[in-house]
Write a protein that binds this ligand. Structure first.
Ligand code: TYC
Length: 103
């Protein structure tokens, strides 16, 4: 196919369509005010962790300042962030979380 013609576009699409979706990790941040129990409940409710896993992740965040709650496609990760921020806001807690591309 020509170097810069329609053939190149077709080849590009053939290559791109077999790539897996890029993945994003949802990272929760520590603060001094959100109750530990609230964070544990959030991790169970929105990230499908059992009590033991949720408690370990919460303590990791408490000690290190941040921790990964889960890894998802971009849309799902963004939805998780929205759900956490809405639940925290409604409960009056300053809990923050962000999503970032997995290295
Ligand atoms: N540092 C909080 C406390 O001592 C607990 C906490 C843990 C807050 C994890 C946020 O993402 C967080 N009550």
């Amino acid at each position: 196919p020509p170097a810069d013609g329609a053939g190149s576009v077709v080849l590009e699409r053939l290559t791109q369509r077999v790539q897996p979706p890029s993945m994003y990790q949802v990272v929760m941040l520590n603060d001094d005010y959100t109750p530990m129990e609230f964070v544990v409940v959030v991790l169970q409710e929105f990230f499908s962790k059992d009590l033991e896993a949720a408690t370990q992740i919460m303590l990791k965040i408490h000690l290190d300042g941040r921790g990964v709650c889960g890894v998802y496609s971009k849309d799902i990760a963004a939805t998780k962030v929205d759900q956490v921020l809405e639940a925290a806001h409604k409960a009056g807690h300053p809990l923050q979380c962000v999503c970032e591309p997995v290295d």
